[in-house]
Design a protein. Structure first.
Length: 120
């Protein structure tokens, strides 16, 4: 799992990662290394234990997407991710939630008045 988590963190250095890309990375790891597939929730737990946050992405302009991280314990945030994936239509499941490095979070939910330029 550390290899998958490390790869996701590497991807996060360049951009946000969607639920769909996380699942795709796990599936590719299974086929390349011929080993049982990990559950995406297990990989997510590992990521959230480190430098990664989970939340939603909102378009602020044509050129800027704001990342709003969810609050709560790791288990609460994973449960929320599962709920978002389960409730999304099949075509929208890929974007049910997003991952972002903690250092790149624009704000946490509930911090409506935080200036996003503080985190740039």
């Amino acid at each position: 799992m550390n290899a998958i988590s490390s790869y996701i963190v590497e991807l996060l250095n360049d951009d946000m990662v969607s639920h769909g890309l996380l699942v795709q990375c796990i599936e590719e790891d299974e086929s390349i290394h011929n080993r049982p597939q990990l559950k995406w929730t297990e990989v997510l737990e590992n990521l959230l234990s480190g430098e990664v946050e989970i939340g939603i992405a909102k378009s602020k302009s044509e050129e800027y997407v704001e990342f709003i991280a969810w609050r709560g314990s790791i288990n609460e945030r994973i449960s929320r991710a599962v709920e978002y994936v389960d409730k999304a239509s099949t075509s929208d499941q890929e974007f049910a939630y997003w991952l972002c490095l903690r250092k790149n979070v624009d704000r946490y939910e509930g911090d409506e008045h935080q200036d996003s330029s503080q985190n740039a």
